[in-house]
Write a new protein. Structure first.
Lengths: 332, 332
């Protein structure tokens, strides 16, 4: 057929209306192949110098966009941005991606996902970190350090398995000192009583760390928290929110954590305030600083809320930024 | 540390120069985890109505950009576009992605990759279709139809296994009638004697189809070649180059085949002529027509040479187009 607008537009309908007349007489003797159902495992390997890194997909959550998902623009504007990124109408999709870094001497998991007991586990769309670590051939017992960027539930709840036991039993748990102080403060929790989301977050941190408070290591910004992994102050999203520079030889990568939430909304519109930012004005300032640098350096950036494999470069586009996802490497 | 430009820029060097002083005294008794090396399997499942589709990565090839990779612009301009897409300096990366479509009654492989004997197989970066089909749980014997978009080696050579036997022994092989006539013509082959690339292509088609010429089914444009799969005339790249509309229920997807080669160069610059186009002016015209439609319809498009998983939407950007890769779906 000639390729005309009408043909492509009405292709499906025309096909449906036509009696099916295969071009050939081929008829297999065997039964039709059954559908296989399962998605490919959600892990992706990349090298940073001599370090072997693995992006681990904890899943993605698609939900009706809350009225205040973006606090400082009308909802229609936020919905239009989601739709321009081909998200389902009225919905927003938020992915989650912890990073596994094997420095050769330490196996470090940066953030650990929603945990299996969060967000409609029956759907299986989140809490997939243990599943995808297994697919990647990684024994949770072999993880030496779990390094938290901040203490929001989608980053920290995965430290516990479904039965409440420690998911990474041999791992030291490292948390940003400033986030620990903030979330463990009874005074701060009392102030948050009137805000259901914040109240929930405070209770969640207490619950997930109950009984292991003494075993947690607090780290500061500007430190080499693990050899080759440096903590970078990126406050605003939470008081202790931390990004990381992973460096080996002459290579490095920036783990941005939640400097931006989903890039389709908040990198395209860096002045928009996501509902989860505790100090949105500071977060906005951090976002501009971080991405002006990352763009100027042409740095590789990993985002916890970028679509899997969650790695890319960022370019400036006037007052906006654009994420250019990395090309899939079939071998490493 | 404060996040300053200097900090991010010199992070690696600074880290290297500092004596390593981990923030904690944690020392595991066990050995360091070994690197695991292998990349994740390159397959990705998606639904089109009731059809279960799987993008199968045949690999990607990174090579020094030939002088005439883009025939109608200076090489520096082509290199600049590659570099703007973060390809390695001086190089170009071309991925390859056949599509497996299970219509419920037929299991159809659209194009079949480079084959195991092409392009430095020792590197393992291409010819991965059988490997990734296996990872996806698909027995090559269960494939009913291999549907070729055109007869270039990266699309067609995978019909043979390493030992020369048929890789999909029970499959009918369907080829575009016009491409078959073009590539099988001794007169055309004689005319191409002076062009090493074309000479090689003519010889390749004869070799790969040797002994099975009579078993090949030729199909025309504008036909439902397999129930739910319609052939669309998209000539220029080759005389019989074909795209497909996959349609099930009210859903559809466009398999663009090689309407554009790598989108980073030829969708951003739709008037550029890739070295492999036989009639580049017609290919350019086809490209504009196809993408004006795809963008207007907000259609999902699959590109053989898009980075894995090779699915996205296309938007107009002035006289250019931009590919918005699909968000990775952790479940289907």
């Amino acid at each position: 057929m000639q390729m005309t607008r009408r043909n492509l537009l009405t292709g499906a309908a025309a096909i449906g209306a036509t009696a099916i007349a295969p071009a050939t007489g081929f008829l297999p003797a065997r039964a039709a192949a059954p559908p296989l159902g399962a998605q490919a495992p959600g892990f992706y390997r990349y090298k940073v110098g001599s370090f072997e890194c693995t992006s681990i997909n904890d899943g993605a959550r698609t939900f009706p966009m809350p009225d205040t998902f973006v606090k400082n623009v009308p909802k229609e504007q936020a919905l239009a941005a989601a739709e321009a990124a081909y998200m389902p109408k009225g919905m927003v999709t938020v992915p989650f991606n912890p990073q596994l870094i094997n420095t050769g001497s330490k196996l470090v998991l940066i953030d650990c996902g929603n945990g299996v007991a969060t967000f409609e586990p029956s759907k299986g769309a989140v809490g997939r970190t243990l599943h995808n670590l297994a697919a990647a051939g990684v024994d949770p017992k072999s993880i030496d350090v779990v390094l938290m960027s901040h203490l929001h539930p989608d980053h920290t709840n995965g430290i516990r398995a479904a039965d409440g036991s420690m998911a990474f039993p041999n791992a030291e748990i490292m948390v940003p000192a400033m986030d620990w102080a903030f979330w463990m403060s009874d005074e701060n929790a009392a102030k948050a009583e009137s805000n259901p989301m914040m109240k929930n977050y405070f209770a969640g941190v207490k619950k997930i760390y109950a009984g292991i408070e003494g075993k947690v290591t607090k780290y500061d910004w500007g430190k080499e928290v693990v050899p080759g992994i440096n903590s970078v102050a990126t406050p605003g999203h939470t008081p202790g929110h931390t990004a990381f520079v992973i460096a080996s030889g002459s290579s490095k990568i920036l783990i941005q954590s939640d400097v931006t939430n989903i890039p389709e909304l908040f990198l395209r519109n860096p002045d928009w305030h996501v509902a989860f930012d505790i100090d949105p004005v500071m977060a906005q300032e951090t976002r501009h600083k971080f991405y002006d640098m990352a763009a100027a350096e042409k740095a590789m950036v990993v985002g916890f809320h970028f679509t899997f494999p969650s790695i890319g470069h960022v370019e400036k586009d006037g007052a906006k930024y654009r994420l250019i996802p990395v090309a899939w490497n079939p071998v490493i």
